[in-house]
Design a protein around this ligand. Sequence first.
Ligand code: ADP
Ligand code: MG
Length: 697
Amino acid sequence: MLQDEITYLKGVGPQRAEALFSELKIKTRADLLHYYPFRYIDRSQVTTIQKLSGESVAVQLIGKIISLKEIGVGKSKRLSGIFRDDTGDIELVWFKAPRWLIQNLKINETYVLFGKPTEFKGKYNFSHPELELLDEARIAHGSELKPVYGTTQKLINKGLNSNGIAKLTRSLVDECKSLIHENLPEEIIKRFRLMSRSEAIAQVHVPSNQQQLEAARRRLKFEELLFIQLQLAKQKLHLTKLERGVVFQKVGELFNRFYHEHLPFELTQAQKRVVKEIRLDVARGHHMNRLIQGDVGSGKTVVALLAALLAIDNGYQVCMMVPTEILAQQHFSTLTTLLNQTPVRLELLTGSTPRSKRRHLLGDLLQGELHFIVGTHALIEPVVQFKNLGLCIIDEQHRFGVAQRAQLWKKAELPPHVLVMTATPIPRTLAMTLYGDLDISVIDELPPGRKPIVTQWKSDARRTEVFQFMENEILKGRQVYVVYPLIAESEALDYKDLMDGYESIVRRFPLPKYHVSIVHGQMKSDAKEYEMKQFVEGKTQIMVATTVIEVGVNVPNATVMVIESAERFGLSQLHQLRGRVGRGGDQSYCILMTGVKVGNDSKTRLETMVRTNDGFEIAEVDLQLRGPGDLAGTQQSGALELKIADLAKDQVMLSAARELALEITDEDPDLTLPKNQLLLEALQKSKEARSDWSKIS
Ligand code: ADP
Ligand code: MG
């Protein structure tokens, strides 16, 4: 049976079974069948050293390692080998080579090498190539396509390298293929021309040829994406169409007066569209669960405020939750100014709200005398109770856990409407999966009159020029940020860079004419706050900092952002940093400093930054470069742990799966029709396997 433990599978036994479970969570035969290869070696495709070129992607070579030695000291210590085929020699390098590798590599035996050649000082080499003895690679796999499985050191020690796992899956497929049931209705299989499930699983482990393998992978990807989308579609239906919600029937006095008399500017078309989407949502009698995506500065706050006024107009209370104290204060003061002329009562609640004030405030909240409360996590605590909470606004969504948000819902009889705002744009396809159960509004337009930030990429060699530019801006009365990278792995060195940089800036911009602030993580928090304040108040002209400034500071007079060692930052981080300038009416600049030579991915990142200010476009490039798991805002999301589909590469298929899922749930929300029986069963199974991501918002 497929649910039997693999211990009893030929070639496994208790020790290997234990290792498979602890390392890969493989317990049953079914688990192993669903452990797919991550790559295939096409043994017919072998190239030669002579033919390598700058455009080479990953290639396969056959040849011998003729020498191997450890060279260099300290950080540059590495293992270096010479690999030779009939056409020439090439260097292989391993940084931090593990002992087992050094011990196992055999000189003068024929290997199949797989890897991506890199150019270094005009010559090619391979760093960390995959190597396999030719004899082992020859083990018959039924075709030229050999599956490669992910494995770990512990498994390799138990004889389960990729080949070892291949042997197991192969015998498992032989034994169990007939037990693998179809889980998609005939109609869908026909319509999308899919391979049967049992054939696909067999082919993915033991492919007969490239074509069959492609068909198999397509079938399994489609299935995977469809079930995720089905589950999200069902959830969305329940959250937004089937679940009863508070009704904000009228657009009342507060909203209208504010809109016509107090709004300090005209809304952009994008803002108007989103406000309208919200208005329709909250009047329907169903629960609103909406995500607003909009780049930094796109004007989300005022949209949220208008939604809040709708709620208050209809006799409901509103809470706005933000991730940090600084942000809470900033929002509170912005909102206070905007609501100045209105009778709305607004208060701030954070961890540092004094006790007496807090008691007062909680009392008023319970009595319904307080309309609108802004705060941090403090809002979640059970003592915070509302008379009739109608709307929850959550800023910077990804910093709050699911459980925390659920706590807020419980504070009202009917679940309050939910508006989530995020300034981390994510690509559309990713949003479909991450937030597939939410409605999504996009503010894709900046308020008029903003001058796009000019971004330039300069090498360290042009530092004098950059300093001159900074000086010119400062003489115009503007302020400048200089940001240094700081990552845990190289912290000591990074601090040294930061301090060296700070000293050279102070030397170039000396007292009494110039004042330079510095802020970094090793300072005490009151010292940090003092320095920040000096800069915010314009008493210092230059702020030298690590990425601590990423969130929360708003200094409209700052017009220059210099990012040091920019090649070491991720794209979304660069974009967020750039968002610190361009907040006032003056032309702003972002200068990306790097060494003379940078790697290919870094080059793509820097060129993207220079080319565009559009956060969505940047997110799309980031997705292609890094894959979905590493994008900002997507961490810890079970929804991204896909077995075979790839959200960056399979976007077309994802859209098809989503449309199909919506079509199915539209007709049959609970999948009770006989034709959807298979889907329902499979969905229940996959839900058990992924219990952790049932409620994303
Ligand atoms: P974010 O989307 O990053 O939260 P904010 O809501 O803080 O952006 O808005 C950024 C700035 O733009 C604020 O100073 C706000 O007053 C201003 N703003 C928002 N909407 C408009 C508009 N339609 N026209 C002009 N200025 C606007
Ligand atoms: Mg904001």
